[in-house]
Design a protein around this ligand. Sequence first.
Ligand code: HDE
Length: 747
Amino acid sequence: MTDDAPDDDASDDGVEQESTDSTDAERHDARADGGDDVDENSKREQLDEASELPDDEYLTTDQGVRVDDTDNSLTAGARGPTLMEDFHFREKMTQFDHESIPERVVHARGTGAHGYFEPYDDPDLGEYDDVSDLTKASFLQDADQRTPVFVRFSTVVGSRGSADTVRDVRGFATKFYTEDGNYDLVANNMPPFFIQDAMKFPDLVHAIKPEPDDEIPQASAAHDTFWDFASLQPETTHMLMWVLSDRALPRYFRTMEGFGVHTFRLVNDAGESRFVKFHWRPKYGTHSLVWDETQKLAGKDPDFNRRNLYSAIDGGDYPEFELGVQIVEEDDADRFDFDLLDPTKLVPEEEVPVRPIGRMVLNEKPDNFFAETEQVAFHPGNVVPGIDFTNDPLLQGRLFSYQDTQLNRFNGANWDELPINRPLAEVHNNQRAGFMRRTINGGKGSYSPNSIADGEPTEATEEEGAYVHHAEKVEGKKIRERSESFQDHFSQARLFWNSMSEAEKQHIVNATHFELGKVERKEVRERVVYDLFNNVSHDLAVRAAEGIGIEPPAEPGDEIADHDRESPALSQENTTMDTIETRRVAVLVDDGFDDDQVSDVMDDLEERGATVEVVSKMLGERSGADGTTVEADKSHVTSASIMYDAVFVPGGRESVDALEEQGDARHFVAEAFKHKKPIAALGDGVELLEAVDLPDVDLSGDGDDVVAEQGVVTDAAADDVDAFVDAFADAIAEHRHWDRTDETVSA
Ligand code: HDE
């Protein structure tokens, strides 16, 4: 938005122009401080305005008529037929019958949050002093300017009511309400995609969705049609590695990376364009659930990730992500052994580092799921000056699909007027009709060129802030052909496999046993292993084959990607592990716990930023040996170790004796151990760990110093609580302890 834009003048001097929409003035007012800078509060104000409740607290119909009885239909006699003239009944039922809109064909299950984005003060842009050298996008320039955002996280395959913890790609879509209009970064939590050309998307989605005859299975790729498709479409191989890996099982949305997938362009004021890959990096590290946890959580708390997003916001642990860019000069694009336009490839961070340029904080829950999270409509084609497209054939197809899908979801073209989709930037154009039009546009000038509305709204020049597409030179014959440079399907799949730690590799192998183990057709299982996996890694192919009843291949495949390259950035073992902020710790107690140990350890962990909850057999108050009381946050029936990142067992004779008797308490510790989580015990509490018989772990049974082994921290003497909490915090920061040898049940 530039100061000399003709419409600004119009609204500033208060003269109502024929072409000015009646709601534009309201939008203008809603902008923070009356200034030109968009503030993160202004979207909130706009939404509050839209949801303003009337002063009258009486129940009314949609026509504003007060209602006398909303419990009984109007009938002819107390036991007689219902009368058609009961307008309140008819309206109430009609509204109910039409309460849903078509769920998204993919990404149906989602969770949203409001927040803001702000560029960094001193962006570490290497050779670029200033982000303006890279892009003219105004919301990326000024560290003092906060841009409101709305983010929707989603799973892809399952229906709206499916579980949060399924094995799947996660969507990570962000709408930036910038002063130059809305910009949508519609990203996923994995950097490659399954296919190279949008033409294949309906086939991919038909194959991975529940099978068409019986609609089984829900929210899962573990069935014949998906693997049949994948086995015949080798370009899926790199993405298959990601989907089989821990990345497909994120523990919380706020500890998940995001990737723009495609190569986009950044364009600066001088019209210079560079290629860019977008990254979101979570502040507290990238973490995953283990498979066994996902299965149990799907029953015990199918809203696990959604609930956590909101409890984090409620508790002030605002989810935070850093926006980073990988920049490739246009002249440099040919230096890779893959094509930058191929969306099944990533740019290894070791070759092109990710440069942080700003941060996003999610600090507010939506007020209404339907109006905001369900009705938000993203579109990768929503860009602002300074951000542009490339010829990636997947991206090009998306530019059609998202607009089209919104027409289906909203039954018309006016979805962008809904409060959650409406830009903060002013809107002036000649579109003024269609289903459910909300704006009442005045005047006769609804065409261009016109003279009767003084030619307005007028087109802007580039200097006045108009979006001008990058003038890329394009020529070619009309053909249906996949570029030769898109043909290597195995090198990056191998790069990913090579980069995994041994535990991560084992998880991928375990995942193949589940996913392919559910495939009934043996020839499909064979094709996946022989034609795909065996060209990634012979080791992977053999280990996968062993679990799914097919003959392990004798030799590596003919197209094996024979290199030993690794990219450490791909392994979650290299994620942030120096903080316990926002981690959730369970304290297991019963009556008679050691008062000091409970309060000292809880206080210390909370001071370090962890969230600590008391878990006991039943809800209610528990009393310590010295008479202090704590309120149980959760009972064994409603919780389990799978909902926490770590477990602490304090001492106290009576409490520990009671816990030893409780199967649920013993199971809590044993299960946390199996899932490689940090466990700590003080004083008598160590006895509960002994009762569970944690294999091959040395406990401080002889009462000496703090012992920390494989993430199990104990101090039976309980004489140095500070040292104990230090060791426990180190163990929590590490997240999981893969060195545990117990393989009785694989995690
Ligand atoms: Fe989407 N995708 N997609 N997608 N996508 C949709 O749009 C589509 C792709 C992504 O929270 C749909 O509004 C095609 C890649 C997210 O509302 C639909 C192709 C990436 C969301 C659609 C792709 C995404 C969607 C369904 C291949 C990562 C959820 C509902 C050409 C960069 C947005 C809707 C939200 C949603 C089409 C591939 C991310 C049908 C045709 C690659 C995060 O339009």
